[in-house]
Design a binder for this molecule. Structure first.
Ligand SMILES: NC(=O)C1=CN([C@@H]2O[C@H](COP(=O)(O)OP(=O)(O)OC[C@H]3O[C@@H](n4cnc5c(N)ncnc54)[C@H](OP(=O)(O)O)[C@@H]3O)[C@@H](O)[C@H]2O)C=CC1
Ligand SMILES: O=C(CO)COP(=O)(O)O
Length: 317
């Protein structure tokens, strides 16, 4: 079993560091120069030195030799990265480590892998974890989803480390949705806190956000229990309550009316727009997602977004 990580952002680097505790791992970056020299990803994950078993490269051949390749690039870049490098990726175990729904197609990362490289075994690794926690070796539990049960068992064993415990499911749709949708609710939660609306408002958004996550998951035929696990409930809890989350911090900025660095990876922004469009087409009620999309597109301010939620017809829980 050999592992490499394609994409040397904060998360790819953290996973590579954790997995290197078990054996050799290759981390592929577009530009490996500085990291290879310093033995640290000073730009994306400072203060986390690379173990000796971690090699960094910008040579694609070396980066794709392994049987298992973790894809740790942002969701909206995944298809183009796979298209660009598909000749090197045929027949591999490809594990998406990104969270989101593709704006152009309305599908998640596992479907993007299957559509671009049909002879690969597609899986997703998702759940509550901040890159810095994984890199520091703090205890973390994630979901590994793969439609092929046998391949899922293989990947679960290969990618579990001393401090990173993986649970397994074959429900890739549910796992993708949990990781994608919780980011949208995190933006809403951050906006509520940023605007001074209080923690009760955040709890309401998290709970009703979870209800709309479940509605979309049921429509897309995922297992109801998947969202109750690490990829859904677990990651929703983490991301909606921590300033370590970039999605939450973007929401805070929207709530406070302060600027936010547009180069930061915030997966929930594109996903809110993608899911809003999906929900409208399918006739699924997702008012919090719609409010977040409206906030991001300057069609609503936080007061208007809250009014749109609070003035809806009263209903059963
Ligand atoms: N950070 C975290 O705590 C966690 C992140 N995730 C998920 O991981 C995914 C990646 O996030 P994260 O690592 O934080 O993002 P970062 O912003 O830290 O890094 C993004 C990385 O993607 C690389 N990249 C972008 N486009 C390309 C491309 N075309 N070819 C090759 N590499 C490319 C960038 O390379 P370059 O440096 O050359 O620009 C950069 O290294 C997201 O979906 C996120 O939701 C999941 C759990 C935790
Ligand atoms: O997905 C994450 C935690 O599980 C990381 O959250 P952010 O992408 O919002 O920083």
């Amino acid at each position: 079993m050999s592992v490499s990580v394609l994409g040397a952002g904060a998360f790819g680097t953290a996973l590579a560091i954790s997995l290197a505790g078990k054996g050799p791992v290759t981390l592929w970056a577009r530009d490996a120069g500085d990291m290879a020299e310093r033995r640290e990803n000073a730009k994306r994950l400072p203060g986390c030195p690379f173990p000796e078993t971690l090699s960094v490269t910008d040579d694609l051949e070396a980066g794709t030799e392994a049987e298992i390749i973790l894809l740790a690039v942002p969701m909206q870049k995944l298809r183009s990265v796979l298209e660009e490098h598909k000749d090197a990726l045929h027949g591999k175990h490809l594990v998406a480590c990104c969270k989101g729904i593709e704006l152009s197609s309305g599908v998640g990362p596992v479907s993007v892998i299957t559509q671009t490289i049909p002879d690969a075994t597609a899986a997703i690794l998702t759940g509550p974890s901040f890159a810095a926690d994984i890199a520091r070796g703090l205890p973390t539990a994630l979901t590994l989803a793969c439609a092929d049960a046998e391949a899922g068992r293989y990947l679960q064993a290969a990618l579990t480390t001393a401090n990173l415990r993986l649970y397994r499911t074959t429900d890739t749709i549910g796992a993708e949705l949990g990781g994608a949708l919780k980011n949208v609710v995190a933006i809403a939660s951050g906006a509520a806190i940023g605007a001074g609306l209080g923690e009760s408002a955040r709890a309401a958004l998290m709970t009703r956000g979870y209800a709309e996550m479940q509605r979309l998951a049921a429509h897309l035929k995922s297992e109801p229990t998947t969202l109750a696990g690490l990829s859904g409930f677990g990651d929703l809890t983490l991301t909606c309550t921590s300033e370590q989350s970039r999605n939450y911090r973007l929401g805070q900025s929207l709530g406070q009316g302060t600027p936010f660095d547009p180069t930061t990876t915030v997966e929930g922004a594109a996903t809110a727009r993608a899911v809003d469009a999906l929900a409208r087409d399918a006739g699924i009620d997702m008012p919090i997602t719609r409010a977040v999309a409206g906030l991001l597109d300057n069609q609503l301010d936080v007061a208007g977004a809250m009014k749109s939620l609070l003035t809806r017809p009263l209903k059963e829980e």
